[in-house]
Ligand binder design. Structure first.
Ligand code: SF4
Length: 358
C-alpha cells in the first residue's frame, strides 16, 4: 500500500488507542490499510480479569512496573498488517483520578467509561507529540453503548481530552462531524465507515474481510463492568476511610476468592482452589496469611489490622473450607512478614459465615 503524506510531504502518522477488542483492532487495521503509519497505545488500568488465565493453569501475565511503559511490540493483525503498540500502566493514577471520583458518573456497574476514555486520551496526547503523529483515533462506535458512546458523550470526551478536532472515530466517522484529519485531506472521509449501534454484524464481516479471526468478545476485558466484581469494589470503597489510598494490589485481591467482612470490619479472603491459592500467595501484600495444617487447606488473607479475635475467626473460617472441616479442632498457621504463629480452632460449620459474605 502507498504511504499517505501530508501537505509538506511528511508521512501521515496516527496514534491508535487500542483496547485489545475487535473494534479498536479493526479501526487500527482500517487506518493502516489507508497507508497511514499507526502507532498503538494500550493502557493497563489493572482491571483485567484473571479467572480465565487461572482456569487455564497459567500464571498471571507479568505485571508492568507501576506507571511503566513497555517497549513497542509488534501486533500482527489479519493479513499483511503489523501495528506496533506500547502498553502503559496507569493503574495507580486511574484509581485516584478516575475510579473514586468520576465526574461523568458510572455505567450500569462500577464502570466510569466516559471519564476513563478522557483520562486515557489525555495520556495519549504526549505519545502523539512524541512520535510526531498528526492525529489520534479510537475504535468507538456511535450508539454502541448507551452511556458512553452516544453523540453527546463522544463530544464530551473529545472536548475534555484536549484533542478537539484531532480525535477520529474511523468506524463511525461518517455519522460524526468532519475532523481536522478529514478537512486537511490526511484521511479521505469517503474511506471512513458509518457503523452505528449495538449490532456487531458489520464489524464481524469486516474482520472476515481483513482476515482477523482471533478477537475477544466485547466488554469481556474490563472487570468494572462485571456485577460481582463491582459489588466487591463498592463494598471496599464504602469501608475505606481514604479511598485515594486504595492500591492496584487491593484491586487484584478483589479478583479471586470468597470475600467476607467480619463484624469487626476486618476483611477476609479465602482461596477457592489451587490456582486461586497460588494467586493469593503471589500477591505482594502485608496481610496475614492463614493455612490449616495437616489437611488440604485454602490460603486465606486477612487485613493487617486484625486483632486476636479476628484472627481466631478467620482461622475458623479457613478451617471451614479446608478438608478438616468435620474435625473437632484443627491447627492453623498464621504468617505475617517475619511473624509466624500457630493456633488451634474449631472449624465454623457450613452456613455460619453466610451473613459475612460479600
Ligand atoms: S469498560 Fe472499563 S476500560 Fe472500557 S471504558 Fe469503561 S471503564 Fe474504561
Amino acid at each position: 500500500m502507498n504511504k499517505r503524506t501530508d501537505e509538506e510531504g511528511r508521512p501521515i502518522r496516527a496514534v491508535a488507542m487500542m483496547s485489545g477488542g475487535l473494534d479498536s483492532t479493526l479501526a487500527a487495521v482500517h487506518i493502516a490499510r489507508m497507508g497511514i503509519e499507526v502507532h498503538g497505545v494500550r493502557f493497563s488500568t489493572g482491571f483485567s480479569p484473571v479467572a480465565g488465565l487461572l482456569k487455564a493453569g497459567k500464571d498471571r501475565p507479568p505485571p508492568l512496573a507501576e506507571g511503566g511503559e513497555s517497549d513497542p511490540r509488534a501486533l500482527k493483525v489479519g493479513t499483511g498488517v503489523e501495528i506496533s503498540f506500547r502498553l502503559i500502566d496507569i493503574s495507580t493514577d486511574f484509581i485516584r483520578d478516575v475510579l473514586t471520583s468520576p465526574r461523568y458518573g458510572l455505567g450500569q456497574e462500577m464502570n466510569p467509561c466516559i471519564d476513563c476514555h478522557i483520562f486515557m486520551l489525555r495520556r495519549t496526547r504526549p505519545v502523539m507529540e512524541e512520535v510526531g503523529a498528526h492525529f489520534v483515533f479510537t475504535g468507538e462506535v456511535l450508539s454502541q453503548r448507551p452511556m458512553s458512546q452516544n453523540k453527546q458523550a463522544l463530544n464530551i470526551v473529545e472536548e475534555q481530552s484536549g484533542l478537539k478536532g484531532l480525535l477520529l472515530r474511523p468506524l463511525s466517522a461518517r455519522h460524526l462531524d468532519p475532523t481536522i484529519p478529514e478537512e486537511r485531506g490526511w484521511v479521505d472521509r469517503n474511506e471512513l465507515l458509518n457503523i452505528r449501534g449495538r449490532s456487531r454484524k458489520t464489524q464481524i464481516e469486516l474482520a472476515d474481510r481483513y482476515g482477523i479471526s482471533d478477537y475477544p468478545q466485547p466488554a469481556g476485558g474490563c472487570l468494572l463492568t462485571d456485577p460481582v466484581f463491582s459489588k466487591r469494589l463498592k463494598e471496599l470503597i464504602d469501608h475505606t476511610a481514604d479511598e485515594e489510598k486504595l492500591t492496584p494490589e487491593d484491586m487484584n485481591l478483589l479478583k479471586v476468592g470468597r470475600h467476607f467482612r467480619l463484624p469487626s470490619g476486618i476483611k477476609v479472603v479465602v482461596g477457592r482452589n489451587d490456582a486461586e491459592n497460588r494467586y493469593l500467595e503471589g500477591l505482594n501484600l502485608e496481610r496475614w496469611s492463614l493455612q490449616v495444617m495437616d489437611h488440604g487447606s485454602p490460603i486465606t488473607l486477612v487485613d493487617t489490622s486484625a486483632d486476636d479475635d479476628d484472627l481466631n475467626t478467620a482461622a475458623a473460617l479457613t478451617a471451614r473450607y479446608s478438608q478438616g472441616w468435620e474435625e473437632k479442632e484443627v491447627r492453623v498457621i498464621l504468617i505475617r512478614k517475619e511473624t509466624e504463629r500457630e493456633i488451634s480452632v474449631e472449624p465454623l460449620q457450613p452456613g455460619e459465615a453466610n451473613s459475612w459474605m460479600i
